[in-house]
Design a protein around this ligand. Sequence first.
Ligand code: TRP
Length: 327
Amino acid sequence: MTGIRVLTGDRPTGPLHIGHYFGSLRNRVRLQRQGAELFVVIADYQVLTDRDVAENLPEYVEELLLDYLAVGIDPAASTIFTHSHVASLNQLLLPLLSLVSVAELRRNPTVKEEIAASRQARVSGLMFTYPVHQAADILFCGADVVPVGRDQLPHLELTRLLARRFNERYGQLFTEPEPLLGEAPALLGIDGRKMSKSRGNAIALGADEYETANLIRRAKTDSERVITYEPERRPEVASLVLLAALCQDRRPEDVAEEVGDGGAGRLKAVVTEALNEHLRPIRARRADLARDRGELRRILREGHKRANAVADRTLDAVRDRMGMTYL
Ligand code: TRP
């Protein structure tokens, strides 16, 4: 992994939850520990794809930063930055847009789903073009690997296409990045649907132990007494079993067997204990970090400085290839 560059990111729309943690954050830290150079974009412009105004940005950016640092992303080895503070990254959008047709933008299946789920009456131009902007996130730093969920694969395909087209038209410059699919464990929200910040069914990484216990107590289960691990037939129960197993680094089958005829009540007690125990050091670090706003600002400023240096260099090379050197 040494010498490998990895880019990932999140939209600042609220604090991250345990689905993000087990699905993605832990992988990032693992890659970092293996020696990869990590770039993490806090995608503030991307918030504007499905709403008119991005609310509470300062608060949400800080929450993301706290989540990253608490789980072990090391600001000395990794670069954490926001879209809005890296001007050259945003300028890359223009040449990249020239490489793609409107028909291709319209075909993106993830964008189609997001339009269907959008809270806006009208679809903005940013909704159709944000995958190209996301390609700029990835290409500006020459990322080799992008850890993503399945929904992001169309964006990765587009990024590879744009890199290829640029290289064909203007000469070799961009690396074609590879997606790294996490074995994203299918953790459901407490209502049994996909866990999501916007659905209010998630357990935030930074929630306290009492709140965590309350949420798990309300989690949907089923009417069968004996606890088993059958993800297809009993998705809600299986999700709780899996959560305990992930926390304790055990096989879900073993967790289910141990709870057995203790039923849903016993299962929830086990899950609550396992999750609170697992997250205790992370939450303690998060609380410590939250007390030092100055340090958080310093970390973000340093991330911006590093990302800008990399983006400026890439933009220079792009202008050079495109014949835009006048001075
Ligand atoms: N689209 C991603 C999400 O909604 C966030 C993101 C922005 C991203 N830029 C990225 C992910 C670049 C991977 C690579 O979660």
